[in-house]
Design a protein around this ligand. Structure first.
Ligand code: BMA
Length: 335
């Protein structure tokens, strides 16, 4: 039997580098900040508005257990949040029955061609979670396209531009063989096809065995699409949500170039370890600083609050060069 080609951890360097640095003010938003009664706020999409304001589209869970989305705006992306006085986007089950149990986990992509933000979010239907899409120019009025990927599907984001003439959507359907990341294409954002497997959950004891999903929308770099994804480990005391990183070809985003073996960020701080759901870090959005390298990653912590961690794209790529390997080779020997 040949030894697997996974990287052997160099004992001289066995301390994992801190690639994501938590903000000292974490958590930066909690239910106590909200202008109306809620249970919790977490898993927020993020974007920079034209005037430099950071906008978070937060998942807010009420005391029925149902979620809606609410916008919070800040000049510096850390504090001074102006939170909408009322829900910004409510489920509308009369017109969109797939939203009967709420809307969750938005990802925001600004699309220059449309001069609009495209939001993909989970619509929680009787049949399970599906992917819905809405467009907005200002996060005050929204054009809803309804469900674009039927249940059971979630963890979705649109790429900001067409690939070979087609819009590209990353999403995570559940299949009998596991929960893997897929990519699908559309001429008009409504009709989706050419579904391709993009990244597979590993198996066995791996941190990202059986169930993975896209975290924030992919980050476009000169080397390719940098993708942060979450892996879910089932343990006797519950699930552990952690983050991993992979790189995909810029013109052919279903082609994985590098995938890290180790997770790069996991629940450690008190607010990540303890909450409504313990041991969860769940980013749904990032913003890029003017230096073109620093990313501000906004993540839900323990399904109870929103926290911020900063990372360098250059450092993430450097880490992947040192620790990643080609997914296709790994797939053949690992599955
Ligand atoms: C996932 C999603 C997230 C949630 C996480 C942990 O399946 O539903 O919204 O944060 O579980 O509960």
């Amino acid at each position: 039997m040949t030894a697997p080609e996974t990287a052997i951890v160099d004992l001289e360097n066995s301390h994992y580098p801190p690639l994501l640095l938590r903000h000292p003010d974490n958590p930066i938003l909690t239910g106590k900040d909200w202008p109306y009664s809620i249970n919790s706020v977490f898993n927020a999409g993020a974007t920079l508005l034209a005037d430099g304001t950071t906008l978070l589209l937060c998942r807010v869970e009420d005391r029925r257990g149902l979620s809606h989305l609410c916008a919070a705006r800040s000049r510096n992306g850390v504090d001074g949040w102006q939170i909408d006085r009322e829900p910004t986007l409510m489920p509308n089950p009369q017109q969109y029955p797939e939203e009967i149990w709420g809307i969750e986990d938005p990802r925001i992509t600004f699309v220059p061609e449309l001069q609009q933000y495209v939001i993909t979010y989970t619509s929680y239907s009787r049949g399970g979670p599906g992917v819905s899409l809405a467009l907005t120019k200002d996060f005050r009025s929204f054009e809803r396209y309804g469900v674009i990927m039927p249940p059971d599907d979630k963890d979705s984001a649109l790429l900001p531009r067409r690939i070979n003439g087609y819009w590209a959507l990353i999403h995570r359907p559940m299949t009998a063989l596991g929960a893997h990341m897929w990519i699908s294409y559309s001429p008009d954002l409504r009709y989706w096809g050419r579904h391709r497997l993009m990244l597979e959950a590993r198996r066995g004891a791996w941190w990202d065995a059986n169930k993975i999903g896209l975290s924030p929308p992919p980050i476009e770099t000169p080397r390719g699409w940098l993708v942060l994804y979450h892996g879910v480990r089932h343990t006797p005391s519950g699930c552990l949500y952690r983050l991993g990183v992979a790189l995909f070809d810029i013109e052919n985003p279903e082609k994985c170039l590098l995938r890290g073996d180790s997770w790069i960020f996991g629940p450690e701080a008190h607010y990540e370890r303890h909450g409504d759901v313990n041991d969860v870090v769940f980013p749904c959005g990032y913003t890029m600083d003017p230096d073109g390298d620093t990313i501000n990653i906004y993540y839900g912590a323990a399904d109870c609050s929103i926290a911020l961690a900063r990372a360098s794209v250059r450092a993430l790529l450097g880490w992947l060069d040192a620790n990643g390997c080609c997914e296709r080779r790994l797939r053949a020997e690992d599955l």
